[in-house]
Design a protein around this ligand. Sequence first.
Ligand code: 57M
Length: 359
Amino acid sequence: MLYYLLYPLYTEITFFNIFKYITFRTIYSGLTAFLLCLMLGTPFIAFMRKLQIGQFIRDCGPSSHYDKKGTPTMGGFLIIGATIFSILLWGRLDTFYVWITIIVTIGFTAIGFTDDYIKQIKKEGDGLSARNKFLMQICVSLIAGILIYLTPGFNTELHFPFFKEHTIDLGIGYIFFTAIVITGSSNAVNLTDGLDGLAIGPVTIAAATFLLFSYVAGHAKLADYLQITHVPGCAELTVLCGAIAGAGLGFLWFNTNPAQIFMGDTGSLPLGALLGTIAVLTKQEILLVIIGGVFVMEALSVIIQVGYFKLTKGKRFFRMAPIHHHFEMLGWREPKIIVRFWIIAIIFSLIAISTLKIR
Ligand code: 57M
């Protein structure tokens, strides 16, 4: 919005030329989202408490979670609201990719809110059935996949980190591949959101990492020099990534242990879907496995646990899955687990960034 209002005035007021620069708009998109979460956090928490929308704690979980009962949830409205406000304020809205990410965000926020509403407000057990939730996610993801596939000039080739000369062109299959990436990423973040700050920390780190990749992929000369796919128009996703990272830090202010609010599926589902969408749009679909390494660890731990349980007819590979609960069962205190997972997320991010130079 500000780009259209102020940049054209730079001939009269030279300072407004600054709105042309993505770097400037990214920094202030992040700061705007951060300050919005910071200012609205306390009144939002008070509002949720007034509505008595507090977290239901299942009795089969770690006993350390019992005192979390009643913690306000659906903090995802804060994160997503701040993110969308910031990208609309600081982004260039003539970029189709930005609107695709907004469509995905709204779709997955609606799914997450529906699940939270059934669980936390209607107090009906586990919310949406896994089947219905998955079907709704696939529908939104397929819409995104079709929109991306129909974007003129979009490259349907898969690129692999470290082996930049090898690509696989998926053709129309890219639509279904996109749906798998977005849905998988959404559910992986959802599984990770089981300790204070455990999901929002790596989400913020991943968004900051994609900020770099979208900037490079959106600039022809940089993309050519680093031998990554140039995606015209994806540079504006840098501003979006700045907003996500800023909103993530702002939410973490309240979600840090002991959490004053949880993001709920209202936050975890769209945040994961956003990371998956950005990975596809920046042509870093495979690198998402490294950038989102913590989320992959968490999802894999569940797959291993359930598979091993079935194979051994009742034995558990981990003391409890996802893997953050396993460390709780080992006696690690919550802050220790969280900060160590953040450290791992930063290591994954640095490895992913290193692939820009390794070829
Ligand atoms: C998402 N939700 C948290 C909060 C958050 C297949 C199975 C692995 C599924 C998994 C599951 O139910 N995952 C759902 C994780 C829940 O957090 C809420 O959900 C939102 C995210 N979707 O925003 O609203 C609990 O997590 C804790 N929490 C915090 N701080 C936060 O900032 O402490 C969340 C955010 C909250 C709070 O206690 O209530 C969750 O864990 O459910 N199931 C599990 O993860 C369960 N594992 C399990 O059953 N393992 C089995 C098999 C199935 C793999 C096994 O190991 O044998 C564990 N989680 C719970 N109880 N709550 C253990 C049982």
